[in-house]
Design a protein around this ligand. Structure first.
Ligand code: FES
Ligand SMILES: [Fe+2]
Length: 356
């Protein structure tokens, strides 16, 4: 008996630990415009990283620790050939190699720091940490055409969350909360939200949730941004990917257009939501919102962005309060209701990727 207990304990101890986050993915590291003339220090999936833009405009990502005396390189300065540590001036290139030690000719071969795969695409900066089994990326980072098609005006920001990243997924996968949390902006009638016609589909590691709310009163953001005549037919199309979500919402005058027509008119809000774990209990939320103003493009875009900030501030308050309470009450069972189907599917995908 004693033997079997020790054996099982031994096998548990020797079992390889599950990765905390799904490995081998492109995760969002920054929005392109965050990287200008200064280095940016950010912890991503427990890795302290310094991100910077090189003189040729390309982005680079290094471990945020000088190999001399461990000052964060993000305290340093940018130069044409790399990043210079702000303590004793070692200069590192974008591959992490030390290329200059002030006052010393010989540069030891060990004078280097880790470099990460990083790419900028459609004004989103993606990073790949990989895994021991797959250190090199096996695909290109995702495209996000909404930023580059010229069809939309957009802006965005980065929020830091004192909450695990999957609580942000849950929130975005279930937009029924709009009728309770976002009454000042994109909410509307709670009962319409809770009774929306919903379909949930998955394909590989992607989950799609589509919700239609016909003949409903347009919420404040919609009426501020678009000249609706009366009630509207609203849609919410949510596409979950392991590292980000794409959410297309909007409305047409009730009965005026098909909600299944991808070219439909009306008012559109297209959201990009990069959800990157910082640690197991904190997260980075990179978001942009794009819209198609019917008139006065700059002012309407600014209005939609301002309303989106109010909306996402409300989400942050709810999610961080939820997490504080989860910590306060510990692991207690929770019940599921009909709106949880998409979020639960996303959680299963994350779990499968961690186990794989
Ligand atoms: S700590 Fe970076 S140069 Fe000394
Ligand atoms: Fe929300």
């Amino acid at each position: 008996m004693i033997t079997s207990t020790s054996e099982s304990l031994a096998s548990e101890l020797s079992a390889p630990a599950l990765p905390e986050f799904p490995p081998n993915q492109w995760y969002v590291a920054a929005l392109g415009w965050e990287l200008q003339d200064k280095p940016l220090g950010r912890t991503l999936l427990n890795n302290p990283v310094v991100l910077f833009r090189k003189s040729d405009g390309m982005v680079a990502a290094l471990e945020d620790r000088c190999c001399h005396r461990a000052l964060p390189l993000s305290n340093g300065t940018l130069e044409a050939s790399g990043i210079r540590c702000g303590y004793h001036g070692l200069l590192f290139d974008d591959a992490g190699k030390c290329v200059e030690i002030p006052g010393q000719d010989k540069i030891p071969s060990k004078a280097r720091v880790a470099a990460y795969h990083v790419r900028e695409q459609d004004q989103i900066v993606w990073i790949w940490f990989g895994s021991a089994a797959q250190p090199e990326p096996d695909c290109e980072p995702p495209h996000y055409a909404v930023h580059s098609s010229g069809q939309y005006l957009f802006d965005g920001s980065v929020y830091h969350y004192e909450a695990p990243y999957q609580l942000i997924h849950d929130n975005l996968m279930d937009l029924s909360h709009l009728g309770y949390v976002h009454l000042r902006t994109i909410g509307g009638n709670a009962s319409i939200h809770m009774n929306a016609r919903m379909s949930v589909e998955s394909e590989g590691n992607v989950v799609r949730v589509v919700r239609h709310m016909r003949d409903s009163v347009p919420p404040p953001t919609y009426t501020a941004a678009y000249p609706f005549k009366g009630t509207v037919d609203r849609w919410q199309e949510i596409e979950f990917h392991v590292s980000h979500l794409r959410i297309w919402t909007g409305a047409v005058d009730a009965g005026s257009d098909s909600l299944d027509d991808p070219e439909r008119g009306g008012f559109h809000m297209r959201g990009f939501h990069g959800v990157t774990p910082e640690t197991a209990t904190t997260s980075h939320y990179f978001w942009t919102i794009a819209t198609n103003p019917a008139s006065d493009p700059q002012a309407i875009k600014d209005k939609v962005v301002e309303q989106t900030i109010l909306t996402f501030d409300e989400d942050k308050q709810v999610i961080e309060a939820q997490y504080r309470n989860l910590c306060r009450f510990g692991a207690r069972p929770m019940i599921d209701i009909h709106v949880d189907v998409g979020a639960n599917r996303a959680r299963r995908i994350i779990e499968q990727l961690r186990q794989a």
